[in-house]
Design a protein around this ligand. Sequence first.
Ligand code: NAD
Ligand code: TYD
Length: 338
Amino acid sequence: MKILVTGGAGFIGGNFVKYMVNKYPEYHIFNLDTLTYAGDLTKHRDVEERENYSFIKADIADREIINEFFNKEKFDYVVHFAAESHVDRSITEPEIFIKTNVLGTQVLLDAAKSINIKKFVHVSTDEVYGELDFDPETFFTEDTPLQPNSPYSASKASSDMIVRAYYETYNMPINITRCSNNYGPYHFPEKLIPLTISRVLNDERVPVYGDGKNIRDWLHVEDHCSAIDLVMHAGDLGEVYNVGGHNEKTNLEVVKTIISALDKSEDLIEFVEDRLGHDKRYAIDPTKLEKLGWRPTYNFETGIKQTIDWYLANKAWWENIVNGDYKNYFEEQYTFTE
Ligand code: NAD
Ligand code: TYD
């Protein structure tokens, strides 16, 4: 069985590649990634020599190369993670989000259609549903209307609609997964949790947007990998599955939990100018996926501990990032008081 994973050099795709290479030695896992700032291959050192793993450097929006590659390998499954994924970057530079997330997805769908793929799993996000208010009884279900608010979530919602259209129009075998915020090993330090861990460890100030009361529903990346594995193998064709584990936290709670676990001072917290169009709350109702047989293995308390331990044990990985080009991004993105 040949599985193409796009974006397998990134955070979630990278974890998924390792998970699949280890769990299914009888499958061949192809990792296709163009290696943007968010992609790195050092995370695959432990699997790169395996016979059931290959890496291909390519841009998903490059139709000629993608078509050629699909015709050569005739994949059975595509699991599509490749994307521009950071909301803040989509606010300052939306165009690449449309090119990669929308046009790139359509290029992949055409290529997959031409070789009669068994299934195309499109990895999307709960952010396509827009925001919830703070009523703890309200959740995103698969039937919640799409109302994306950021250029990032609008680009993901657009790609979801195109994937859906290929199912309705061409009867293409697809699933769409919509997951809540992930965290865990190899999370790029621009996102809240790894940003906080890396900065707190360096005794640097942690920027919290607005009043810190926005809520996210956190899922450990390994639980996301097992959800995608299940949907890939057992999801009903054409269906959307929400992925989340009922781990709602305010941003301030998350930051304070990390500071306390590292035994540092809350004086490191600095409230900075709010993100434009900042969604108030995300929260997933995962009932449909649970009925398919999925159960998360981490709650936030066990997951954040595992994650902090991983960042402590893998300083070289994230220090290499925060001391590289990322420094310029950070300086342009944030303004602290003197
Ligand atoms: P990431 O930014 O860490 O990784 C994205 C990967 O895609 C990188 O390796 C990058 O090099 C690659 N890529 C980007 N443009 C490409 C292109 N044109 N061609 C080929 N490869 C390209 O992202 P992530 O956090 O791992 O997210 C993966 C997917 O999961 C995305 O589709 C995202 O929308 C979705 N998702 C993420 C979260 C989250 O919390 N991070 C939650 C739900 C859904
Ligand atoms: P992020 O990790 O960027 O994920 P997303 O925007 O996809 O939810 O942000 C998570 C939450 O943390 C979000 O409400 C914005 C907030 N946040 C901060 O307060 N400070 C920061 O420096 C970042 C990156 C995010």
